[in-house]
Design a protein around this ligand. Structure first.
Ligand SMILES: Cc1cc2nc3c(=O)[nH]c(=O)nc-3n(C[C@H](O)[C@H](O)[C@H](O)COP(=O)(O)OP(=O)(O)OC[C@H]3O[C@@H](n4cnc5c(N)ncnc54)[C@H](O)[C@@H]3O)c2cc1C
Length: 524
């Protein structure tokens, strides 16, 4: 018989898999279902951002992801008659271990995450659909449907990672404000012949939209992505719609002036697009993450990255709440932290998508006349490493901070400088236990991490549990501490080791209970 689940994860896309993995690593019993019959499906997303790799790192999957990624992606931008080569590698981002964009297929990301779950004994139950959920005082009653029949189970929490047409969102009665884009995306896996770079993607910004080809096809050598005005048939947004005839694809390439001939077409689909953010990310014991919580255009490659970062914010919280006393602020903090981020990302993608795909006169003129005129300046701009790095920092959510969160606490006496409570902990070289090590390497394990300054007292009254790790940084002078959450944000900091304040913060997280027996922790 199956063990009752602390957390039922509905949907095994990037959000559901990440959330399940993180919750499992923080002590929860997790069950993952997906209505798809099998894991394989064509990729939509193709880019992983630095911050996404950072939040995945404690789950032990980044090496496997990087092994499947191109970490020096190059693209030829065709702006009118000019072609400009852009390479996004070796960025000026010294505070991350991943100073690059990573070109990697969404299927590979899902494969790596599902494999990591399997290594922990969790098998995704494909072919099982969440048919209904009812939130109650002591748990959620969920109805699951599979070829084996209908099953009713109880779970502590349900994570709705079930994509844009989320059942959890609908059953929770959560609003889905926003609208459809008048532009659709065409995806195709094809064989192409012609004047195309052998070592880079090719991007054409034309008056009618954007056309992008790169050697990451799954059923053929090339993947093509193009935008065009949406048809009148109102496709279900975010899902693969009907195929596109080869002649239409060739016409799109000719119109853009790509200079390529389609010699084979393995697969294609039209995809409708929308822009929405759910009215709430939580209703009682029901939570939304990823595309179930927000839907963007593909501009700047945000959907999968935001989905993973949502999941990395929520997985450990649900696990701590399920296995400990739980606390209102802990669970409330998810909506408070991630919904503002979702709204900012929506604004950014909206603007970028307007510039690259709108068929309105201003955006068309921008792409058709202004961009080619500005083309000679592009190499000089991309050589301004600081400027490029700041752009990537913004797009990849390295700048996200949760200073107003109920989980961000400044202790007394207050610690000066940065990072402040709520900020992402930047990577840097430190010395700990007699060795020189990158900080994010030291923290690449599940749990809360407490970083003691060189001369800090070890908080004596505190008995850390197995998910509270204590490190002494001998390269950081002082007598204070910084406590870092499992998703890499500073939660508490203080200029002295005030054990009572630290214990109150850990209790708020559910990472420590007063009077709990001592766990192993790690020696300072
Ligand atoms: C053309 C295109 C290009 C894109 N490019 C990028 C990019 O470059 N970078 C990027 O970051 N993002 C990109 N995205 C977005 C990205 O693909 C999505 O944001 C991402 O897949 C979201 O992951 P998710 O896990 O939230 O949802 P999904 O991947 O949609 O997964 C949801 C899962 O839930 C399952 N499900 C649904 N209902 C139920 C139910 N009732 N019971 C059980 N299971 C259910 C589904 O079968 C599905 O497997 C792109 C999107 C499109 C359309």
């Amino acid at each position: 018989m199956m063990e009752p689940a602390d957390i039922l994860v509905a949907g095994a896309g990037p959000a559901g898999l990440t959330l399940a993995l993180q919750a499992r690593d923080h002590g929860a019993v997790v069950r993952v279902i997906d209505r798809r019959q099998e894991a394989a499906r064509p990729s939509r997303a193709l880019i992983l951002h630095p911050r996404t790799l950072e939040v995945l790192r404690p789950l032990g999957v980044t090496q496997a992801l990087l092994a499947r990624a191109d970490i020096a992606p190059a693209a030829d931008l065709r702006l009118g008659a000019r072609t400009v080569r852009v390479t996004l590698a070796g960025l000026d981002l010294p505070d991350t271990a991943f100073p690059h964009l990573s070109l990697v297929r969404q299927t590979d990301v899902e494969r790596v995450l599902a494999r990591a779950l399997a290594d922990r004994g969790i098998r995704v139950e494909y072919g099982t659909e969440l048919a209904g959920v009812r939130d109650g005082a002591d748990g959620v009653r969920a109805v699951l449907r599979s070829p084996a029949g209908t099953e009713e189970i109880m779970a502590g929490f349900v994570a709705g990672c079930d994509g844009p047409a989320s059942t959890v969102r609908a059953q929770a009665g959560i609003g889905w404000p926003g609208g459809r884009y008048p532009v659709e995306v065409i995806l195709a896996d094809a064989e192409l012949d012609g004047d195309l770079p052998g070592d880079a993607a090719c991007l054409v910004a034309g008056r009618r939209g954007l056309l992008f080809v790169f050697r990451l096809g799954e059923q053929a050598s090339w993947r093509l992505l193009a935008t065009r005005p949406a048809g009148s048939d109102r496709l279900p947004p975010g899902q693969f719609g009907p195929p596109v005839p080869a002649a239409e694809l060739q016409a799109l390439m000719d119109e853009a002036g790509l200079g390529a001939r389609l010699t084979g077409l393995a697969w294609s689909a039209r995809v409708g697009l929308q822009h929405r953010v759910a009215g709430r990310f939580r209703h009682g014991r029901l939570f939304l993450a990823g595309d179930a919580a927000h839907a963007y255009s593909p501009a700047t490659g945000q959907g999968m990255n935001t989905a993973v970062q949502d999941a990395a914010n929520l997985g450990w919280k649900l696990a701590f709440a399920a296995t400990g006393p739980g606390s209102g602020p802990l669970l409330d903090s998810y909506d408070a932290e991630r919904r503002p981020v979702a709204r900012q990302v929506l604004a950014m993608t909206h603007l970028a998508f307007w510039a690259e795909a709108s068929t309105g006169p201003v955006a068309s003129a921008f792409r058709g006349y202004l961009a080619p005129l500005a083309a000679p300046a592009v190499p000089a701009l991309t050589r301004r490493r600081r400027l490029v790095a700041e752009g990537i920092r913004l797009v990849s959510q390295l700048r996200v901070s949760y200073r107003d969160s109920p989980l961000s606490v400044e202790g007394t006496p207050r610690r000066p400088g940065r990072p402040r409570a709520g900020d992402r902990l930047p990577d840097q070289l430190v010395t700990s236990a007699g060795r020189s090590i990158r900080l994010h390497d030291l923290l690449a394990a599940p749990g809360v991490h407490i970083l003691l300054d060189r001369d800090a007292d070890r908080p004596g009254t505190l008995s850390p549990g197995p998910l509270v790790n204590v490190h002494r940084l001998t390269s950081v002078p002082g007598r204070g501490l910084i406590a870092v959450r499992p998703d890499g944000y500073v939660g508490f900091r203080c200029q002295a080791t005030e054990a009572g304040q630290l214990a109150a913060w850990l209790t708020r997280l559910g990472a420590w209970q007063p009077g709990a027996p001592a766990g192993p922790g790690r020696p300072a």
